[in-house]
Design a binder for this molecule. Structure first.
Ligand code: NOJ
Length: 733
């Protein structure tokens, strides 16, 4: 079934190797923002020999240059040895950089300005260190399975939220002068067997879920996209003409597709499928280059057309010109390998890091306004997650351990902490000001925790759950989590504390959802604070919320279920046929009528908000959409939000749309807008959601087009995916 559908994507059923350079979208002249970059790239291309061209598209080999990826320089066109460097949350291996909150924390803020500022700051630090291509942000995994090891690198389990976050991050990064890289394309939804498994995704699901945030990235002029390790529909992602054609032909991507590290499998297959750059060149230092001389030979023998090589180089050069890196770019001033961490480039970025650590905190439970804390006389701080790893925050390579407070997951998506403010550090500073007596137990021992808790009026118990990239195994977790329980017997620690302390506050640092039933069953647990994956400013952001200098305003970027089996998707050991289709995360819970514990979009505040005065735009016309019209406005929905409580706070108002019955079976509601408003007590503001045409569409598999169906669209504006305060109907004829 798949083959038929998928071949139809490209609109071309059979493509010989020789035809495929055209198939992969040979653009001789760029359009839009790319036009002048393509003019320059074509002029430069004309001066290059084939061996220079091959050098530009072939990594020089693992650990052969200062960055995790490097290509050959060409002095005649002033083209440098491009530096490609991880990670999506900070410049990996450099020491004078900011360790920002992870993508998932930025997603939990639902704050487009903070997403943009984070991207801009990441880009500025990359540029200052001479990084040309920053290997982020992450739209895959999208998080269909809550256990998947790298979900925290991305922005949450909804394509709309992820797409907006991708756009904002990319726009911020590229405005700072660095080329962004949207990764991992596509179906990279688990670590288990990622190098051999196939993600078999049907056409509609592909378009409406997994491709969606990459489409938004292309609309934001992302310079590069990384093809992933896994197969898609039985063909390796970096050798997959059909999936690369989705980017280049269907979506008009004008930048370059680079391989994930050693995700390339053949010389001609990858070239003719449309891959544009091989990284790191060889297979992690084995000296076996599939491109380089082999690509040169393939060009000479005609198995890869000259036009395909020219297309690769044109795309790489155009991306370099697009962000202005031809006009004076810093030299690389650090090394990933020899201990030279480079200069301090942090500037004032800790401010944005703290704001995201703080505004991504989701308050899940708060009985009788137990929080914010009001100068307690005594406070117990309990759990190993309250302090920095005694061996230092960077003691474990690529953060591959769960010792001390959790502020990054593990793997290539990490950066060195310049410092890490742990919860204990920041709370004890505040306690000194307040005259609060602190009692501590900084291990996960239940008996020590209980004894500290019994000596204080209020107890804060810290627990966590970690995950990461599969090349490191931590405490028996080989990337993907084995379950959705807290690590280190966190449930038992909470129970021991709550048994003796009537005002127990639970703070959780977690890469993704946990099953909280055991914790919530403890009557003395008066508050639960979901502190996410906060980066270097962890404790400071937490204190801002715990003590109420800022009201919590984060909302869950995924569903927290009552039972792990409620999710309906988990990492699998063989190929994954994506049987859940469109129904991931809240789409599944809504469709299958399963009550979550805390739904997607949920989060409490220290104040209250009311919703009123829904206005709807005049409806757009029904019918098929051309690709160039997908991002055109389909009108604006508005609602009035009023802060009716006693303190200033920010509310994330969310717009969900249900498609009319004339559309094929679809999730009951899908996020199609959000707006975060900061309001003083008593004041009102207008939440405004501008719909794009594609936001009202579904992907028609038969016609290979987006279609706005006829009929009554349900419009919901609310405080979460289930707390829908205002409803209306948009009648499309
Ligand atoms: C593999 C990871 O999947 C990717 O995210 C990263 O950018 C490369 N390694 C380079 O470290």
């Amino acid at each position: 079934m798949w083959t038929t559908i998928f071949l139809a994507f490209a609109g071309t059923v059979t493509l010989s190797a020789a035809q495929s350079s055209t198939a992969s979208g040979t653009a001789l002249a760029g359009t839009g923002a790319w036009a002048s970059a393509y003019t320059k790239a074509n002029a430069a291309l004309a001066k290059l020999s084939n061996s220079e061209k091959v050098g530009i598209v072939t990594g020089i080999g693992w650990e052969k240059g200062p960055c995790v990826g490097n290509v050959a320089a060409v002095s005649s066109i002033n083209f440098p040895s491009l530096c490609l460097q991880d990670s999506p949350l900070g410049v990996r291996y450099a020491t004078g950089v900011t360790a920002f909150p992870a993508g998932i924390q930025a997603g939990a803020t639902w704050d487009i300005s903070l997403m943009n500022q984070r991207g801009a700051a990441l880009g500025a630090e990359s540029k200052a260190l001479g990084v040309n291509v920053q290997l982020g942000p992450v739209a895959g995994p999208l998080g269909k399975s809550p256990e998947a090891g790298r979900n925290w690198e991305g922005f949450g389990s909804d394509p709309y939220l992820s797409g907006i976050a991708m756009q904002q991050t990319i726009t911020g990064m590229q405005a700072s002068g660095v080329q962004a890289c949207a990764k991992h394309y596509i179906g990279n939804e688990q670590e288990l067997n990622r190098n051999t498994m196939s993600s078999n995704i049907d056409d509609r699901t592909m378009h409406e879920l997994y491709l969606w945030p990459f489409a938004d990235s292309i609309a934001a002029n992302v310079a590069s996209i990384m093809c992933s390790y896994n197969k898609l529909n039985e063909t390796y992602s970096c050798e997959n003409l059909q999936s690369i054609n989705l980017l280049k032909k269907e979506l008009g991507f004008q930048g370059f597709v680079l391989s994930d590290w050693a995700a390339q499998h053949t010389t001609t297959g990858s070239a003719n499928a449309g891959m544009d750059m091989a990284q790191p060149g060889d297979n992690f230092g084995d000296g076996n280059f599939l491109w380089g001389q082999n690509l040169l030979s393939a060009i000479s023998s005609g198995t890869v057309p000259q036009s395909r090589l020219d297309d690769m180089v044109r795309r790489v050069l155009a991306s370099w010109y697009l962000v202005g890196q031809d006009s004076g770019y810093p030299q690389v001033s650090f090394s990933s390998w020899n201990g030279n961490g480079g200069p301090n480039v942090q500037g004032t970025h800790k401010t944005v890091a703290r704001a995201i650590a703080r505004d991504g905190i989701v308050l899940l439970k708060n009985v009788n306004s137990s929080l914010p804390l009001k100068k307690p006389t005594s406070l117990a701080i309990i759990g190993q997650d309250s302090i920095v790893n005694p061996s230092g925050p960077n003691a474990c390579t690529d953060r591959g351990c769960d010792t001390g407070t959790l502020a990054e997951g593990w793997g290539s998506g990490t950066a060195q902490f310049p410092y890490l403010v742990a919860p204990y550090d920041a709370i004890s500073t505040q306690a000194a000001t307040d005259g609060t007596k602190i009692v501590t137990s900084n291990t996960d021992s239940t008996s020590a925790g209980a004894s500290a808790a019994s000596a204080a009026a209020t107890a804060i118990v810290f627990i966590n759950a970690d995950s990461g990239e599969g090349y490191i195994t931590v405490e028996g977790v080989a990337g993907d989590r084995n379950n959705l329980d807290p690590w280190h017997s966190g449930n038992q620690l909470v129970a021991a504390v709550a048994a003796v302390n009537k005002a127990t506050v639970v703070v959780i640092h977690s890469v993704g959802p946990l099953i909280l039933e055991s914790i919530l069953a403890q009557p003395n647990v008066v508050a639960v604070v979901w502190a996410g994956i906060p980066g270097q400013e962890s404790g400071n952001g937490l204190v801002d919320v715990l003590y109420g200098s800022t009201s919590p305003s984060g909302k869950l970027p995924y569903t927290i279920a009552k039972s792990a089996s409620d999710y309906g998707s988990e990492p699998v050991s063989g190929d994954d046929s994506y049987p859940e289709g469109l129904y991931i995360d809240y789409r599944h819970f809504d469709h299958a009528n399963i009550a979550p514990r805390y739904e997607f979009g949920f989060g409490l505040s220290y104040t209250n908000f009311t919703y009123s005065a829904l206005t709807l735009p005049s409806p757009p016309a029904s019918g098929s959409l051309t690709f160039s019209s997908l991002y055109e406005s389909a009108g604006t929905v508005t609602a009035t939000i009023k802060n009716t409580g006693g303190v200033t706070g920010a509310e994330v108002a969310q717009l969900y749309i249900g498609l009319p019955s004339s559309a094929p079976a679809s999730p009951p509601r899908q996020l199609r807008g959000f707006d975060k408003l900061s309001l003083t007590p008593g004041s009102s503001g207008t939440a405004s959601f501008t719909l794009r045409k594609k936001d009202l569409g579904y992907w028609n598999v038969a016609t290979q087009q987006w279609v706005i169906p006829k009929g009554a669209f349900s419009v919901y504006v609310g405080a979460s995916s289930r707390d829908l305060r205002l409803t209306g109907t948009l009648n499309v004829s």
